[in-house]
Design a protein around this ligand. Sequence first.
Ligand code: VGL
Ligand code: ZN
Length: 197
Amino acid sequence: MTRKNALLIVDMQNDFCPGGALPVADGDLVVPALNRYMEIFKAEGVPIYASRDWHPAKTAHFKEFGGQWPAHCVRKTFGAEFHPDLELPKNAVIITKGDDPDSDGYSAFDGHDDSGRVFDERLRDDRVTHLYVGGLATDYCVKETVLDAVRKGFEVTVLMDAVKGVDVREGDSERAVQEMAESGAEEVTLDKFRIKA
Ligand code: VGL
Ligand code: ZN
């Protein structure tokens, strides 16, 4: 089987950055690394996907309605927009998730493209076999996405210098990284980065 690479940027949205509704400490600091990765991938013609948390105002995901989180990434609000410095190419494929009011939708694999095709199906239609994953948050959406991707048979590489976690409990991000590694995901950083042929 020939490998086809793709980049997935998870939930790089204003509400997950300092000043947002559910901020990841220094979450915005991964934007330059993500931009650099995108440059490398664009030069190689590798497709880029960007997931977005896209909640209705009323969802079981929010504390007010029985969930765990303060309201965040409510669809069509500023907080749900991608970070303004994120240099997404025009042909990036947006994967919307969390729009079902009855589920958390942590994983990008719970999401769908603009035409409603679920992410897994979209990747298979695009012949993708290997996903490079960066973004927010290491211990929630990145982790769930990576574990799902491995389960579904994709090769996965986590971009370690382009992810950051929430750490509701101390050490959550570290444990998430360990879990992803144990599942079979590889890890890489920019200084050692080379796209697999
Ligand atoms: C996320 C908590 C709640 C994430 C989304 O993108 O990691 N975390 N909703
Ligand atoms: Zn959410």
